[in-house]
Design a protein around this ligand. Structure first.
Ligand SMILES: *Cc1c(COP(=O)(O)O)cnc(C)c1O
Length: 444
């Protein structure tokens, strides 16, 4: 299949009649418990464009939630998948082995921060990587407690939804939750109740106070933090916070984990979001953008921690599937060779000033924030900080029905987040931003 024309083309209303027919079939066949941002059906996709079954070319500002950083059909990824699928699709890494799994581990050990001996374990989904981080940290430390932040998102399995902060839709009705998960305040600069000059220290003091008085640092196995909170609304911690927490973890024998499942692998303008702060985690989780669209996740970090679980304790039938690993080798090479962190910086240079120009005093946009190609606008009632989820939804709906796929996020549902593929062309990006601007103007 040739690459779709990199142009927004609207042939029908969005969704069009063919999508509507398929969507009707979906409602008759598929569980109604799954959400859908835009009920179009996709026929082909790559770089900045999704082509639907009605022939509409949509601008992609979602990347399938930060997955298709290299595009949805990068020739190198497609070639690697084809080659691997023709040779074999599966053997199970716990039964017999294959080189692509070793190649992925070698690349991640090299690319992740930290000048020490590292090992990698491969799994299938982000939630599974987080589950395994907990198993590894508990075995290594002999402790139970896991510390997470408010506004955190770590997945939808029992343990990871427990670690996720937001109730509906992620937790409502799904309890009882897993034990020994403790939550401390996220240093959310825009909504911090305290001294705006001193957020990193105040949030850190609260973390230390809660751990010391309520749990005991000697009972804590791991502190797990997204270096930029994703689903929570692209919350960037104030400078210095992550370094203080990493230092506290080190002093207390606690494993410090960066969940880079959304922010990692070039998205923020550096290979890893922790690199912006020079923070080196003990363990780092990756998934979403790792395998160019195939399901693969990883835990990478200090060899002595990664080797703590006795052989046989980690694994999974599909962990490190060979097709996903072949795709990941290709995707990681593209991220480095095509300088996707540099492309993310370029996206920020174009998009941030345009988004900031929409804000200002008395605006519906309370804050523009994020890093690289992970940018967000938080919508509020003008002149206040009262979250306005309806405004965010109106702008997203405007963009979606005009052929610009746009996601919302945030604990209060009042954030529009932009996650374009890092390989998106600049004209297309600007056109997508034109439509979002028009959407914001509909609020006036
Ligand atoms: C998406 C996400 C997860 C969960 O990944 P899944 O593949 O959906 O299980 C975990 N952590 C973060 C930060 C994420 O963005």
């Amino acid at each position: 299949m040739s690459q779709p024309v990199q142009q927004r083309i609207l042939k029908t209303a969005i969704p069009g009649p063919e999508s509507a027919k398929l969507h009707h079939r979906r409602t008759q066949a598929f569980s109604a418990s799954f959400g859908i941002t835009l009920p179009v059906f996709i026929e082909s996709a790559d770089r900045g464009i999704l082509v639907d079954v009605d022939g509409n070319h949509l601008i992609d500002l979602a990347s399938g939630i930060a997955v298709t950083s290299v595009g949805a059909a990068h020739p190198k990824v497609v070639e690697a998948v084809k080659n691997q699928a023709e040779r074999f699709t599966h053997t199970c890494l716990m039964v017999t082995q294959y080189e692509p799994a070793v190649q992925v581990a070698e690349r991640l050990n090299t690319l992740t921060p930290g000048d020490f001996d590292k090992r990698t374990g491969l799994f299938s989904t982000g939630a599974e990587a987080i589950e395994n981080v907990v198993k590894i940290s508990r075995t290594y430390t002999g402790r139970d407690a896991i510390i997470v932040l408010s506004h955190a998102y770590h997945g939808r399995t029992l343990l990871t939804m427990t670690m996720t902060a937001k109730n509906a839709p992620y937790k409502e009705g799904f309890g009882p939750f897993a034990p020994e998960v403790y939550r401390v305040p996220s240093p959310y600069p825009y909504r911090w109740n305290g001294n705006p000059e001193n957020i990193a220290q105040e949030a850190f003091d609260q973390l230390v106070d809660q751990i010391t008085t309520q749990i005991g640092a000697h009972n804590v196995a791991a502190i797990i933090i997204e270096p930029i909170q994703g689903e929570g609304g692209f919350i960037v911690p104030p400078p210095g916070y992550l370094a203080k927490v990493a230092e506290f973890a080190r002093e207390n024998g606690i494993v410090f984990v960066a969940d880079e499942i959304q922010a990692g692998l070039g998205r923020t303008g550096d290979l890893f979001a922790v690199n912006h702060e020079g923070v080196v985690p003990d363990l780092i989780t990756t998934a979403k953008a790792l395998a160019g669209g195939l399901p693969l996740s990883a835990v990478t970090g200090r060899a002595e921690i990664m080797d703590a679980v006795p052989a046989g304790g980690l694994g999974g039938t599909y962990s490190g599937n060979p097709i996903a690993c072949a795709a990941a080798v290709a995707a990681l090479d593209v991220i480095v060779e095509e300088d996707l962190p540099g492309k993310a910086q370029r996206i920020e240079a174009i998009a941030r000033p345009r988004l900031e120009a929409l804000g200002g005093d008395g605006s519906v946009i309370g804050e523009v924030r994020g890093r690289g190609a992970m940018l967000a606008m938080e919508f509020v009632k003008p002149g206040t900080k009262i979250p306005d989820a309806a405004a965010a939804k109106q702008v997203a709906d405007h963009a979606n029905s005009n052929g610009v796929l746009t996601l919302t996020a945030g604990t209060y549902g009042n954030v529009i987040r932009l996650l374009p593929p890092l390989v998106m062309g600049e004209d297309l990006l600007n056109e997508g931003l034109d439509v979002i601007e028009a959407g914001v103007r509909t609020l006036a």
